[in-house]
Design a protein around this ligand. Sequence first.
Ligand code: B12
Ligand code: SF4
Length: 482
Amino acid sequence: MKEIKTTLIYAGIAGIGFNSLSQGMDAGWVSHGLASLSASAKAQGFDIDLIDLRALNSWDHFREVFAERDPDVVALTMMSVDYGPVRKTLQIVKEMKPEVITVIGGPHVTIALEDSLRIPHVDYLVIKEGEITFPKLLKSIAEGHPPRQKVLFGERPNLDKIPFADRDLFLNEWRKWGYSLNSPEVPFVKELPAPFVTIIAGRGCVYNCSFCKPGEDLIFGKGVRRRSVDNVIEELKLLKEKYDIASFMFHDDCLTEDRKWVSEFSEKYIAEGFDMPYFCQSRADIIARHPDMVEKMARAGLKGYFIGFESGNRRVLNLLRKGTTPEKNLKAAKICKHYGLKIWANYMMGIPTETKEEVMDTVRMIKEIDPDYYSPSFFTPHPGTDLYDYCVEHDLILVDDYASFRRNPTEPKIKGVDYEFLKWARDESQKRLFKNRVKRSWAAFREKYTDPKRYVRKAKKILGIYKSPEAPVRRSADSSAH
Ligand code: B12
Ligand code: SF4
């Protein structure tokens, strides 16, 4: 078998550009798709490295780095939004080294295969999951008998049997370009201190929201496949040992969908002696129905939920097939606050057929919810979703460039929507009600003055034994990553 060198390329720079590393979550988190492929391929002895366009300055810079790495195979992941940079990357690599073998995979390749097949300079497209199929492809290339067909179907792996995501693939590469945060990934809320990581406990989602499905079912199959609790705890232990992580975030679409899993996880998390705060995603209807689960999670490290409230109007929520109601949304928020959990509120405006009065229902609901973090978006028709097909059928789509397949609440996405009004509504939704401002000020005041640590610090200061808090004794990721 010939030795081959493979370079994975992360081209997720749409909307954020080059030189964006560590500016926010789009630019500060690893791609678990690539990190998992890397781990599986390395486990079979393949030589894998990474070029992350977010860390480079320009296409010329990419040319330079590509020439230095000089790989035999390059492989890229692609969401719909990444289409442009992926296409350009492939064009450059084939221009510079025509014999390089190019492979693409990821959400857009699986969801929109025909569209992906139109991209020039691609030798192989892998649809669905890649942990088994990608190393097999590399092996066949190394043995000199690469597959004849261009489209390969990814075999579904057993999630407990694949190696943990290769976070060093990203971290080591980032450090070469000056990344100096003491954190494998960039933290994004004050409740989750560095060193911080993202982790995935399962794949897929049992729900059927019309702005999201069926895309993911095509990648992971219907339903959810979750790793065992023990396997996730094992990974957390390793992350603690290796990076001394202080907090983390679950990427799972809806971790709380399986309460049995959540309950077992919470128990084992405490039994393991973990106290790292974490965030995860949940649905409002689940929180509203299961406050006992919320309490259990809050006792075991959970500090906040990302919740897709989406709309304050029942008709619109039904159109979205969201399985919640404005009342359940409010109830969920109340339960979170009762257990001291932070709320990251996802909601959208400018949904097809939505009226201004319906948008105002969302504005009023969000004001009532009074989230800790606002995440408004303008409805965006993502390829692979039922609402995208609806928008195509009704000739509504204004997005004319893949880079605009982002939910940013700044630019027009579909016809028939008054975006000036939406911008006003977006801003209005984030103005806190007077009663909530008072509650928040009171809570902040109480937190400040009833925090026992404050008085211990004061006493130590008076006694002259106070140490500046700027030197927390935390092992740096630098020293622990190798
Ligand atoms: C975490 C996450 C994020 C994170 C991190 C993204 C990142 N850097 O990876 C953040 C929050 C930054 C993010 C942002 C966005 N995201 Co996002 N995200 C996710 C989420 C929840 C998990 C991704 C993940 O890690 N999955 C697990 C890994 C293992 O799966 P995977 O990446 O698909 O990879 C597997 C296969 O696809 C395949 N594969 C992937 N790449 C390759 C490459 C090769 C060569 C091969 C052989 C195989 C292969 O093998 C992998 C292993 O089995 C998914 C939903 C989901 N559950 O997957 C949405 C998802 C990927 N995101 C989505 C979207 C729309 C976005 C945004 C556009 C949203 C927005 N703000 O508008 C942005 C775009 C950011 C950008 N690049 O500019 C959509 C993509 C839909 C589409 N048509 O492309 C998804 C599917 C959610 C959804 N259901 O709508 N996202
Ligand atoms: S929006 Fe969330 S809950 Fe709904 S189908 Fe998509 S991942 Fe599942």
